[in-house]
Design a protein around this ligand. Structure first.
Ligand code: IMP
Ligand code: MG
Length: 183
């Protein structure tokens, strides 16, 4: 059953479940080393649903934290700037193997900026994980380490992603009907 504002489902529940299972297995394998201290760093707010599902499927020890950034203004257009609205406050960042968890990579600016920022702050290692990738939209040369699925250049909502703060709770990723937009 879909929401009346959703034109089509792009990534359904079963596919999302298979993706999170696969990525959790990859992370389990890559961070199995006892000397590693895995810190999942979710980027608010879009990553929370994905990160919640992903972390439940990990079998290795994991800590979590969050940062909040804004690269988008209202609606569907990016401002091109990354602003840190909530910073990572940890005295032990130099002992953390940080895996940034994002909902989607579009221009690449957010993940590229955050990777440099956390590396400069002294993180032991920094890698990136995203549920969705829109490679055709890239403005900076950046490739995430873990990718759920590549999607075409369409604005999507659901499973954490919003349009003007709406639709985050949909259990799938979908494209909106034209009548749902008001910008
Ligand atoms: P980037 O910095 O251009 O890679 O943008 C990444 C951020 O833009 C994501 O964390 C999302 O918040 C937002 N974003 C990009 N594409 C979409 C979309 O299709 N739907 C909702 N948010 C999006
Ligand atoms: Mg986001």
């Amino acid at each position: 059953m879909t929401n009346k504002d959703v034109k089509k489902i792009l990534v359904g529940k079963a596919e999302i479940d298979a993706i999170t299972t696969r990525i959790a297995e990859e992370i389990d394998r890559d961070y199995a080393d006892n000397n590693k201290k895995l810190l999942l760093l979710g980027i608010l707010k879009g990553s929370v649903v994905f990160m919640g599902d992903l972390m439940k499927k990990l079998t290795i020890p994991v800590e979590i934290d969050f940062m909040k950034v804004s690269s988008y203004g209202a609606g569907t257009k990016s401002s091109g700037h990354v602003n840190i609205l909530l910073d990572l406050q940890r005295p032990d960042i130099n002992t953390c193997d940080i895996l940034i968890v994002e909902d989607i990579i579009d221009s690449g600016r957010t993940l590229s900026y955050l990777t440099d920022y956390l590396t400069l702050k002294g993180a032991k290692s920094v890698r990136t994980c995203t549920l969705l990738d829109k490679p055709s939209r890239r403005e900076v040369d950046f490739n995430p380490d873990y990718v759920g699925v590549e999607i075409p250049d369409e604005f999507v909502v659901g499973y954490g992603l919003d349009y003007n703060e709406k639709y985050r709770a949909l259990p799938y990723v979908g494209v909106l009907e034209p009548h749902a937009y008001n910008d």
